[in-house]
Design a protein. Structure first.
Lengths: 112, 118
């Protein structure tokens, strides 16, 4: 069975600190997506990673993809309160064209 | 303009009732989806339609019946609602997997419809 696991599930961090969220998946894929969800809101696309070694950065967030290790990371630099949200990775398995499988989610809370 | 819109945003109903959720997208995408998000925030795909044709049906009880009158609309009808159906249902759409711009497969989500079954 295909699994997409995120680590950690909950993350409470102080403003100004750095941290990394990990996304491991169990199938062959070279397409991985990161989404953000604020409480009671929809999902917002953050990054689309389409090849091995892909790295994307936006503000304090940087995402990378290692398809050989079946691992993606979302690195947070100098966290601020506005980054508090739940972050999901999602994998598009190679054998499926339309079935995006979501990870378990990481709930991030940034405090002063 | 809202890209993917769902109605209603909130539904509160009794067990055994039937309810529908409507979804419309104005992005010109060919593929639309229904995802269910449970109380633990876990997101699971239910259905996928490509240009009005059912592509994915993920072992969802047949009380759930999607309908796509055209490629811009995907509705979800639920019969005989049960307590376990309480969740947030998200509609989404996507570009074709192979497309220009490097963003193929990316999903665009609606605001969600929170269903509470009493």
């Amino acid at each position: 069975e295909l699994k997409v696991e995120q680590n950690p599930l909950f993350l409470s961090m102080q403003e100004g600190k750095n941290y990394t969220i990990y996304c491991n998946y169990s199938t062959t894929s070279d397409r991985l997506y990161w989404y953000r969800q604020d409480p009671g809101k929809s999902l917002e696309s953050l990054f689309v990673l389409l090849s091995n070694g892909a790295v994307k950065q936006e503000g304090r967030l940087m995402a990378s993809l290692d398809t050989k290790a079946r691992l993606s990371t979302l690195h947070i630099t100098a966290a601020v309160h506005d980054l508090s949200a739940t972050y999901f990775c999602a994998v598009l398995p190679r054998e499926w064209t339309d079935k995006l499988i979501f990870g378990t989610g990481t709930r991030l809370q940034v405090f002063p | 303009d809202t890209a993917v819109s769902q109605t209603p945003k909130y539904l509160v109903t009794q067990m055994g009732n039937d309810k529908s959720i409507k979804c419309e997208q104005n992005l010109g995408h060919d593929t639309m989806y229904w995802y269910k998000q449970d109380s633990k925030k876990f997101l699971k795909i239910m259905f996928s339609y490509n240009n009005k044709e059912l592509i994915i049906n993920e072992t969802v009880p047949n009380r759930f019946s999607p309908k796509s009158p055209d490629k811009a609309h995907l509705n979800l009808h639920i019969n005989s609602l049960e307590l376990g159906d309480s969740a947030v249902y998200f509609c989404a759409s996507s570009r074709p997997r192979i497309s220009s711009g490097g963003k193929d497969g990316e999903l665009f989500f609606g605001e969600g419809s929170r269903l509470t079954v009493l």
